[in-house]
Design a protein around this ligand. Structure first.
Ligand SMILES: Cc1cc2nc3c(=O)[nH]c(=O)nc-3n(C[C@H](O)[C@H](O)[C@H](O)COP(=O)(O)OP(=O)(O)OC[C@H]3O[C@@H](n4cnc5c(N)ncnc54)[C@H](O)[C@@H]3O)c2cc1C
Length: 465
């Protein structure tokens, strides 16, 4: 239901742009994957061009109406959902999906294309766009850039920022920045692209991007290996990178707790080892012509000695898919169990084993709970999530939920890490950013926000308050 102010503003928008798609926001635009935030409604606008985005922002700015840029709605920190204050305009990029140009090195694509479609377009010219996240069928490239998404291939190819050469964007007052450069080198003053990437829609709307494309590996090898502990996982990674420089594309750590959750509540997946190992890794390599991935992984297994206790190498695409299905089902199993507190953190690589141990110790001191720790360990990025002890209700932990979170974030901070490795700040971590962010950086961020969005219309309440 739209209120009177929304109806009047909808008329203002359609009077100025008769072709603009404007209507009430359907429920799916008001929800987010973890169910922590629920939007309050408002207008949904779906511009079909950069000019329309500029027109919408100009009118919103003039009327001081808040705007939430919206991609696929898969963000995990509530950046795409405003819960309180005046209802915002939700600006969805879903009608802007065109690949404007593509050559072997660069694709220029509009922000509303899904990540899966971007990957497929690259594949269509026999190239690779390597950004890979489990939500890629829904997440849109504008959202991936706005959150500087990471995922499983950061180890080899970098995160979204490193894959982007330029952006076209619209600032709060409707100014269009036409920055679709296709250059690796461009030292011409402030890099506005890098400001907009990771800004989570608080500085402007990304409408298109030029993206780097890569050669597709001639052969891919995937294996799961049982390691005695997280330090052995890191040593195995170092060995793999020394033996196959530049070829390790993914290296994921999985703890027994995650495997046990999958067994208990699903989704049903093929478990490669019995009994369930304390720790295992999923490793993927992409090789140039002439190298055999199975042989390389077998050689790694043999060279690893005591670092690897057991292993299985995918013999087919179907087995590779099974291995990835196990890894990618862990968040769903976590959701079914129901976490007390989830933490997307990173620490310097050498601190990672100590972080895991010390985290267990400090959480155990707070109460009886289970920890499922997994993730992109090659990037020092862990999803370190606390769950109720077997047979206990999540509600029983409500009084210590904040303490659990701050215990983990304090430890991350002590070790020089980040309280948001890849999901962003959104609305969930605004307080954490205030608490742990460098004072000078916070002042600079506020000054940038004030300069580019003086009325504060862009995603109000996200990242900064
Ligand atoms: C199952 C699952 C797995 C995931 N795995 C990963 C992972 O491995 N790594 C990872 O990094 N993330 C992961 N995510 C989180 C999420 O998919 C990413 O943050 C993704 O980049 C969000 O894209 P989106 O299009 O859905 O953005 P949305 O959720 O729509 O928006 C996210 C933020 O970006 C802003 N925004 C969206 N589009 C634009 C635009 N065009 N211009 C400016 N601002 C914009 C929004 O206002 C909001 O603040 C996962 C999520 C799920 C549900």
């Amino acid at each position: 239901m739209l209120n009177a102010a929304d109806v009047t503003f909808a008329e203002t928008l359609t009077n100025a742009m008769p072709d603009l798609s404007v209507g009430p926001a359907e429920p799916r635009y008001l929800e987010e994957p973890r169910g922590r935030f629920r939007g309050q409604g408002g207008l949904l606008v779906r511009p079909a061009s950069t000019d329309q985005v500029a027109g919408v922002l100009r009118l919103c700015n003039a009327a001081s109406v808040g705007v939430v840029p919206y991609g696929g709605g898969t963000g995990l920190v509530g950046g795409q959902v405003i819960e309180d204050g005046p209802a915002p305009v939700i600006l969805s990029l879903e009608k802007m999906t065109a690949v404007r140009s593509i050559d072997p090195h660069v694709m220029v694509v509009e922000a509303g294309a899904t990540l899966a479609d971007v990957q497929a377009a690259a594949e269509g010219v026999d190239r690779l766009f390597p950004l890979t996240i489990a939500s890629q069928g829904s997440a849109r490239i504008g959202g991936c850039l706005a959150t500087n998404a990471g995922g499983v291939n950061v180890l080899r190819y970098g995160n979204a920022r490193e894959l982007c050469l330029g952006v076209e964007a619209v600032l709060a007052d409707g100014t269009v920045i036409s920055g679709l450069k296709r250059l690796r080198k461009d030292n011409t003053g402030y890099d506005i692209k890098d400001l907009l990437i990771g800004a989570e829609g608080t500085l402007g709307v990304i409408t298109a991007a030029s993206l780097r494309l890569f050669p597709r590996p001639a052969a891919i090898g995937t294996a799961m290996m049982v390691v005695p502990d997280p330090q052995a996982a890191l040593d195995l990674l170092a060995l793999a990178e020394a033996r196959m420089p530049g070829c390790v594309s993914a290296f994921e750590l999985i703890a027994r707790q995650g495997l046990a959750f999958l067994e208990a509540v699903g989704p049903a997946v093929q478990q490669p080892f019995a009994p369930l190992p304390a720790w295992m890794v999923l490793i993927e390599i992409g090789l140039p012509v002439g190298l055999n991935p199975e042989q390389c992984l077998t050689d790694l297994f043999e060279a690893a000695g005591a670092l690897v206790q057991d292993g299985v190498i995918a013999q087919s695409l179907a087995q590779r898919a099974q291995m990835w299905a196990l890894r990618e089902s862990i968040p769903e199993a976590n959701k079914r169990i129901g976490s007390i507190s989830s933490h997307d953190i990173s620490v310097p690589l050498e601190c990672l084993p100590a972080f895991i141990d010390e985290g267990y110790r400090r959480l155990a001191a707070l109460g009886d709970m289970r920890v499922n720790c997994f993730g992109h360990v090659g990037d020092g990025n862990l999803h370190y999530n606390a769950f109720p002890a077997e047979g206990r209700e999540r509600a029983a932990y409500e009084p210590i939920r904040e303490e659990i979170k701050s215990t983990i974030h304090e430890l991350v901070h002590e070790m020089g890490g980040s309280v948001s490795a890849e999901h962003g700040v959104g609305r969930l971590k605004v307080g954490d950013l205030e608490r742990f962010g460098d004072a000078g950086k916070m002042d600079a961020m506020r000054a940038i926000k004030a300069a580019l969005d003086p009325k504060g219309i862009m995603n109000p309440g996200a990242v900064l308050r």
